[in-house]
Design a protein around this ligand. Structure first.
Ligand code: ZN
Length: 402
């Protein structure tokens, strides 16, 4: 139960009740479709007349469609309701320091189109490139109503849409939401990539419906953590919660883009693995070299080399796995999630990496710990799906009352 915030509340009106019931009906249809009005009334506990009114409204607005009514020998069968997944076109953006991927998806997070381009060096360049992509999507699918744009970011944005912390992006504290709204003429939702992945796991993942405590860890150029605790995404002061990637493991360790030394992501991220492979990173001591990835070798090359039996690549992944385990043990011990989701290219090598991670976590957590650590399938494009979820949850999420 939350305490009522007396600096920011809204008293309930009959409109509030209608809005809540409508959201509940929409979510039940989404979850249990196809279903009849009678089934919806039973599941929701709402009166048949209320259900009919809500469904009528949802159909009129295009959120729900009705299947053809099959006429049997003994009269009309009920018409089944479906979520109209094609109603909304959602532009999903996975913004990363090197490459940006953009997709056009329906309400079910299935992608109709996708493209990728090198991330421009400035936010203005990014907005212009994104506007060109959105225009080309709309030209290819003129039948789709663009409902909004979701962007998953390698950093943190505050509630006003300002980029407050993105050390691997080097863009400064730009008002990204306003910049993109102006460039695209569409509503824009921004969120840290790991937080977006945590939400995507809730809305589109394989978790049980009642999962309340879920942590998502994105392992890429850096390491991001998204925390869903008590069913709520945690943002913290200035939206900075989740920066476990910058938890210092060794103050004499390799320099980090955040200005400190020896942060977790300097040992367990993709860029750290590349530097380790190239010999630029000692085992946590005497590190040299820049805190940016080497341009020649990519993390996917390290994965490929390990597959080909390259001993140095294998040792690199083992080093990365041990350090992933160290940080994950802290998360599991401190946050007690029901599940930890791992997102990133490293999951492709989970048969090699996973056992080491689990072993280190087991050594470093309380005996009662049973939190599963689950890799996501890169084929599901979790970061892009996370960006879709940012828009979907605005239409399907629980209304904020009191
Ligand atoms: Zn750092």
């Amino acid at each position: 139960m939350r305490k009522i915030d007396l600096t920011n509340f809204q008293v309930a009106t009959s409109e509030t009740a209608r809005h809540i019931n409508r959201r509940i009906a929409l979510n039940i249809i989404r979850r249990f479709q196809p279903m009849s009005r009678a089934q919806l009334a039973r599941r929701s506990g709402l009166q048949r007349s209320t259900v009919s009114a809500i469904v009528g409204q949802l159909i009129a607005e295009g959120w729900v469609t009705e299947g053809a009514s099959a006429v049997s020998g003994r009269g009309r069968r009920p018409r089944f309701l479906h979520l109209n997944v094609e109603r909304a076109g959602i532009v999903a953006v996975d913004l990363r320091p090197v490459t940006t991927r953009v997709g056009l998806a329906g309400l079910d997070a299935r992608f109709l189109m996708q493209t990728a381009w090198p991330t421009p060096g400035t936010p203005e360049g990014f907005a212009a490139e994104l506007a060109r992509t959105v225009a080309s999507f709309r030209n290819s699918h003129p039948e789709i109503v663009c409902e909004g744009v979701g962007v998953s970011l390698p950093g943190r944005v505050d509630s006003a849409g300002r980029l407050v912390f993105a050390p691997n992006l080097h863009w400064g504290a730009v008002d990204l939401r306003q910049l993109l709204k102006d460039a695209l003429g569409l509503p824009v939702a921004l969120e840290n990539a790991a937080s977006a992945c945590a939400l995507a796991e809730l809305w589109f993942g394989r978790q049980p419906d009642d999962v309340k405590h879920l942590v998502a860890v994105t392992v890429s150029e850096g390491i991001g953590v998204g925390m869903l605790l008590n069913g709520q995404l945690i943002h913290g002061r200035d939206a900075m919660a989740g920066e476990f990637g910058h938890m210092v493991l060794d103050e004499n360790g390799p320099p980090c883009s955040c200005g400190k030394r020896g942060c977790w992501e300097q040992y367990a991220s993709n860029s750290a693995a590349v530097r380790y492979y190239l010999g630029l990173l000692g085992d946590g001591t005497g590190a040299q070299g820049p805190a940016v990835p080497g341009p020649a070798l990519k993390f996917t090359d390290v994965l490929r080399l390990a597959d080909e039996g390259d001993g140095r690549a294998v040792r690199t992944l083992e080093h990365m796995a041990r350090h992933l385990g160290v940080g994950l043990a802290h998360l599991v011990t401190g946050l007690a999630p029901q599940v930890v989701i791992i997102v990133g290219a490293v999951t492709a090598a989970w048969d090699r990496v996973g056992p080491i991670v689990l072993d280190v976590v087991k050594q470093r957590t309380l005996p009662a710990n049973t939190t599963p650590i689950v890799p996501t399938d890169p084929a599901t494009q979790p970061r892009l799906r996370g960006a879709v979820t940012l828009v979907v949850q605005q239409h399907f999420g629980a209304p904020n009352v009191a």
